[in-house]
Design a binder for this molecule. Sequence first.
Ligand SMILES: Cc1cc2nc3c(=O)[nH]c(=O)nc-3n(C[C@H](O)[C@H](O)[C@H](O)COP(=O)(O)OP(=O)(O)OC[C@H]3O[C@@H](n4cnc5c(N)ncnc54)[C@H](O)[C@@H]3O)c2cc1C
Length: 317
Amino acid sequence: MSAVLKGTLMYLANRRPVYRLIMQHDLLRGLTQRYVAGEELADGIVVAQTLNTQGLLVSLDHLGESVTNGAEARRATAAYLDALEAIAEEQCEASISLKLTQLGLDLSHEMCVAHLRKILERARQLDTFVRIDMESSAYTQRTLDVHKELWNEGFHNVGIVLQAYLYRTAADVERAIEMGVQVRLCKGAYLEPARVAYPDKADVDANYARLMERLLIHGNHPAIATHDDRLILRSQEIVENEKISRERFDFEMLFGVRRDLQLRLVREGYRVRVYLPYGKEWYPYLVRRLAERPANIGFFVRSLVTEALAGRRNGRP
Ligand SMILES: Cc1cc2nc3c(=O)[nH]c(=O)nc-3n(C[C@H](O)[C@H](O)[C@H](O)COP(=O)(O)OP(=O)(O)OC[C@H]3O[C@@H](n4cnc5c(N)ncnc54)[C@H](O)[C@@H]3O)c2cc1C
């Protein structure tokens, strides 16, 4: 049952009319607070500073994806340049995370590369790391191609994300190890067909454990991006057995998820980076977060109904 609900939610996440309806009527705003720092860069910076004081590192994400025109892609690029300046000015311990469809990948490969190059140039001057998030499997190869093009131009301050649910990822991990590219390993957040991704969670988890081991032992500063207690325990065993220094990898977790675990790992002396989104385009991100957890789905539906009814009572259309 929850798989059907999850599928429905993820389907809705990609429907423009539903998105517009929710944004126009200001629904679900209450739910965003758990997962999103706020709508403005200043909100992201304030939360990043607070997390830094708790010993947590940050990766700032200016929310947005799948832009439909060049002006939006230029605005997203400018927003990232602003974020880089703010990180430097405020001396935050923060990198940035971005999505290529936000920089215009759907419009033109060249445009996307040009925007990313601009960001990487400024990031290199400011000594800041840039992570390219991984989107649905329709973009995997194109994302890796853009990354490789800029990597071959000499930009090595940029890393990728690989998703353990995809069959192809084992081969992508080996290529990344060979190139010395920094990989963030996650399970994968999109709805994928069995043609390209393991349908069973147990298989995804087993693949994650295998790939994590490869990256921890042979990779260049991997990021173990999961909140899964069992996988984190397994990573700690590998690190212990292989005598891998805690400086050589990061744990990464999402803002608003398993805060207890984030702080515990910091206390135990691990590097923990929090993925911290901010911005006005929070809807698709929020739906992916809600769909990850069956308990969240009921919460989502209840919030939608309650906020819609409250809106009606307040005279909102
Ligand atoms: C730093 C970071 C970056 C990411 N970047 C990408 C990316 O670029 N592309 C991509 O496809 N995916 C990305 N993801 C999402 C990832 O693919 C998973 O969908 C997500 O992390 C949930 O998987 P999990 O590994 O935590 O394991 P799960 O087995 O899903 O969850 C383990 C436990 O974590 C907790 N938990 C997990 N998610 C939530 C939630 N949303 N709300 C509340 N509790 C939760 C629950 O306690 C759950 O039992 C990223 C995740 C992280 C942590």
